[in-house]
Design a protein around this ligand. Structure first.
Ligand SMILES: [Zn+2]
Length: 212
């Protein structure tokens, strides 16, 4: 799906306050409540919004130790090993990286537990090898995905030239029941000229009552 500026304004509101009601979001974005709920439903269906969850405090005070563990894994079973480990409550993040290696971020009650954790779990397969372990000494940044970070995947594209609509308000044309966006006036005009016939047909279809 291609989120537009309306979706983005809803997302911004939700990121500020994930518990906002449909009505509150409507008020804050200047949209109608049905529009807000329809847009959110669409973004959930498209997988853009995966869910609404509380963000639990995870300060270093709560988790006594954070460790990064790298395991060398034979290629065919890297994902399987990572998946198995990901189910453990101590594993906060799990990645398969080139090598292949399985990279884990662990939250432990104490650094001393790391050895026990590794002894219990890191030898999942006979070929799994402990490549490195590092205990985190300072957290500079961690947290949920920000809208900034997702910009790359949800950038608005011009419906005529396919160029990025990076700044300012996009030029918009309502077609059927959705919107088309353009980077500039020229693209908007060119689109309207190119599809003039089709657009006028759509408009007639949309208002059958006026035809009789
Ligand atoms: Zn364009």
């Amino acid at each position: 799906m291609k989120p537009d500026s309306v979706d983005l304004s809803i997302l911004k509101t939700l990121i500020d306050d994930g518990r906002a009601s449909m009505r509150q979001i409507a008020q804050r974005t200047g949209l109608s409540t049905p529009t807000v709920s329809a847009r959110i439903a669409r973004m959930r269906k498209a997988g853009l919004i995966r869910g609404f969850v509380p963000i639990l405090s995870s300060s270093p005070l709560d988790r006594k130790a954070i460790a990064l563990v790298t395991l060398k894994v034979p290629p065919p079973c890297a994902a399987a090993v990572a998946n198995k480990l990901a189910r453990l409550p101590e594993v906060e993040d799990a990645y398969v990286v080139a090598g292949p290696y399985v990279l884990l971020k662990l939250a432990l009650e104490s650094p001393q537990i790391l050895q026990k954790f590794l002894a219990d779990n890191a030898s999942l397969g006979s070929d799994v090898e402990l490549a490195s372990t590092q205990v985190v000494t300072e957290i500079i940044k961690e947290g949920p995905v920000s809208l900034e970070a997702t910009k790359l995947t949800i950038r608005l594209k011009c419906d005529y030239c396919d160029g990025d609509i990076s700044s300012g308000r996009p030029f918009r044309v309502r077609v059927d029941k959705s919107d088309r966006y353009f980077c500039c006036k020229t693209c908007k005009r060119a689109y309207l000229e190119k599809y003039a016939l089709r657009l006028s047909k759509l408009r007639k279809l949309a208002r059958p009552a006026l035809q009789s």
